[in-house]
Design a binder for this molecule. Structure first.
Ligand code: PMT
Length: 392
């Protein structure tokens, strides 16, 4: 599929630079033309000769070596690229790209290109989770860059956390997707819900939960990148997702109405939202005053959205559990007559509400369990879509 595509591979100064050699070799064998650009720091981890030998092409390392054919190096690389892939991407290059700096060859190529850009970060987890890095990545995503999130695991600094360069096949699938080589969800209409509902009991207060919406957004983004037509029904506004139809709601009743409309002609519904099971029976018209020592709120059941949506579509639920994970998830799977339930261990470290990663077991209607390691919510999403594609 990559035949005749030109991949400009940017390598920056991370210990994961050695993995870029395997990536370059794989891409070359898959038929891509790989043009490598290495930063000065990258050359301290791996020699340009390694890449040159694997790709049979010279490696561009600086702005000032006179070009052989008088083409300006950064502009010509930017123009011939079908995709620019930076793997591994350090916090430094991410910050430079976010702020439009062009003080070396790689950052200049990125600024001068109109090709899609993929950034695969690799670094210490604290650096990765630092607000500065996260905000820079959010900015890049907003501008349409594809971020292939790093994996969770043991890092070179001997710490455990998110920061390991994504697996080779995850990076290659991202290239396939952005170059239009694989749109394995094209023609599939999917509806995803995200965030926690808020059930008001007076004009200023509500009963809510800790769902951030990250899981639902990751599902929507990954499906969109795989070519699906996506509607996201959400209570939270996390980031702009170009190409996704977004509907904002607040409570369970509104979410039900939007899900009903969106699923009329959809093939898949994934309910990642944490929907309140109960809501206040009465909503006061004005703010409740502090007059007594205790305040009793009478609650009533909310509609069960998953159970109300009938028809031919695939229905996938999540089960957020702190104990008896599989048992409780299976109960919900059969109770709501679902096709798949994502049993979500919300007590595991780095998993569940508000986290960027998640630890889940996919349980199918016929009882098959697929246990996944702790991975980013984006990767969990792709595993769920892989399952959908397999049975469709
Ligand atoms: O948003 P994040 O911070 O990223 O966190 C993600 C998450 C932990 C919220 C998510 O991964 C998750 O587990 N979502 C489901 C949470 C939940 O409320 O589960 P539940 O066991 O209460 O409900 C089971 C299923 O029924 C869910 O798919 C839920 O959306 C659905 N439901 C629940 C109540 C209701 N009235 N109608 C429903 O359709």
């Amino acid at each position: 599929m990559l035949r005749e595509k030109t991949v400009v591979l940017g390598i920056t100064g991370s210990i994961a630079a050695y993995k870029a050699a395997e990536l370059a070799s794989y891409l070359t064998q898959a038929g891509a033309k790989v043009e490598t650009v290495m930063t000065e720091a990258a050359q301290r981890f791996i020699s340009p000769l390694t890449l040159q030998s694997l790709n049979h092409r010279s490696v561009a390392c600086d702005m000032w070596t006179p070009p052989e054919n008088f083409d300006i190096t950064h502009v010509s690389l930017a123009q011939i690229a079908d995709v620019v892939l930076i793997a591994p991407a350090t916090a430094n290059i991410i910050a430079k790209l976010a702020h439009g700096l062009a003080d070396d060859l790689l950052s200049s190529v990125v600024l001068a290109t109109q090709a899609p850009v993929i950034v695969a970060p690799a670094m210490n987890s604290i650096m990765y989770l630092n607000q500065a890095t996260q905000e820079n990545l959010a900015l890049l995503k907003k501008r349409g860059y594809t971020i292939v999130e790093p994996e969770v695991g043991r890092l070179a600094c001997n710490e455990q956390g998110q920061g390991r360069l994504a697996a080779l096949d995850t990076i290659v699938s991202a290239i396939d997707r952005v170059t239009g080589c694989v749109e394995d969800m094209a023609g599939l209409k999917v509806v995803v819900t995200a965030g926690g509902t808020r059930e008001a009991f007076d004009p200023v207060r509500f009963i809510g939960n800790r769902s951030s919406g990250k899981m639902g957004y990751a599902l929507a983004e990954s499906a969109m990148q795989r070519g699906a037509e996506v509607t996201l029904i959400t209570t939270t506004e996390l980031k702009a997702l170009s190409g996704v139809q977004v509907r904002y709601v607040e409570n369970a009743e509104q979410m039900l109405e939007e899900v009903k409309k969106a699923t009329e002609d959809a093939a898949v519904l994934v309910m990642a939202a944490a929907v309140a099971d109960y809501r206040p029976k009465k909503v006061a018209q004005s703010k409740i005053k502090k007059t007594k020592d205790t305040l009793l709120l009478e609650l009533e059941r909310t509609p069960d959205i998953l159970s109300e949506i009938k028809g031919k579509l695939l229905r996938i639920g999540f089960a957020a559990e702190t104990d008896d994970l599989v048992h409780n998830a299976k109960r919900k799977l059969s109770g709501k007559k679902l096709d798949l339930i994502v049993a979500n261990d919300v007590s595991a470290q780095g998993s569940g509400f508000g986290a960027d990663s998640n630890k889940v077991i996919l349980i199918t209607r016929d009882g098959k369990e697929i246990e996944l390691p702790l991975m980013s919510k984006y990767e969990v999403s792709n595993k769920i879509w892989d399952w959908v594609i397999n049975i469709k």
